[in-house]
Design a binder for this molecule. Sequence first.
Ligand SMILES: [Ca+2]
Length: 484
Amino acid sequence: MSLALAAAAATAPAAQASPERVRVVVTGEPGSGHAAGVAVRDASGRVLRRLKIINGVVALVPARRVNDIRRSEGVLAVHSDRAYKLHDDEVGAETEGVSLAQVRAAVGVTDAHLGAGIDVALVDSGITPVPGMDDADKVVNGPDLSEDAGDETFRHLDAFGHGTHLAGLIAANGAGYRGVAPASRIVNVKVADRDGATSLSRLLGAIDWVVRNRSRDGLNIRVLNLAFGAETDGGYRDDPMAFAVEQAWRRGIVVVAAAGNSGAGSTALDSPAVDPYVVAVGAQDMLGTVSPDDDLVAEFSSRGSAARSPDVLAPGVGLVSLRVPSSHLDELFPQARIGDTGFRGSGTSQSAAVTAGAIAVLLAQRPDLTPDEAKSVLRASADPVAGVDATLQGTGVIDIDGAVATAATGVAQTWPKARGGGRWRGRGAIGVEFVVEHPNASRWSASRWSASRWSASRWSASRWSASRWSASRWSGAEWSDGQP
Ligand SMILES: [Ca+2]
């Protein structure tokens, strides 16, 4: 198997100032105003960032006061600011890889499909303006919410090597690379640093920013690509991430999420793909050919359940997209390099990116489609892989030429909505040992996503060729997110 890129979660809070203070995400009741922030301050905590999308805040609070905050008027839930990490699997040298031209052909994109006028938000490890992604108008920088934000050498840039690869699949244009939507712009919302590390609060902050800025300053964000995930047992209604993606969906943004890389033995999609409103994407294995006759579902692509399966498939094995020289993944997997500029990557992350580009093409052709309608025509026009259960492939491989021509009527989704957090029912004190308030808390198993499962060699800052890709060479607009 080639390089698989997805995301994992760990239980450890992302950052703690001291053993007595914990970093938390506090969700407010709908219509409770600033109740979450008030509760934090009343408990001698410090608000680090407001998160309008969950009517809440990120805060540093005394661990012994967590119970008080949970019980405060207007507070819906308190979640640990759990850590997420992008992760990688083994990479093999056995295939030449699948070119972007082959990917475009496999999903029915023609030269008439460009995606012009549609912006795709990419919440990932940043983007480096390598050839193919270096047109002045190609990338617009949103906020850098990662640990790198304070470092001018790395701000907005992709020292990990993941975000740029996905950006290339979505919208590369130049240097021999042509993505699925070559005229679309990418809005770069960086949440992961050079180690691929991020957290719940950074991800919520990113989605919050995308929703608030979707049509500001000339932006037209209609698609949001989320190529990370955390394992769940299938429940989504108490998951704050699911709540956030539903808010984006209701505001006209098609959210595309990687189904997960847990294989056919899994029984539930990752969060946030598990939320039934979004477009959950599994990985198609083209076996290196455009012909669908030999196609399979990739061995790593997660199986869902009868209640929630992947919606569709898109190519996700051995895709050759943009390489970031000296990035973490580039150093870790030199065998995945294709020449000086290409890198071979596999995973449902890649499949999500292909689908995000495809939806940009669809919306450029039919800008009046709602997210529900776009999802409906994408599903209705997909081509099933023969002999494969729907819990693995949904309706099959996306076909954009077909989707553009498919009617959308009476397709409003009516799933139960996410609530944003279970109510606190616990008793007794919570001490220094902070407990995640989540119905599936036991699933966030530390051993399963331990640091040791992460990379063999940590990326070293000194190996990053900063002078080659300096921030000053970067041309996107800069914004302050206007939050503390
Ligand atoms: Ca094939």
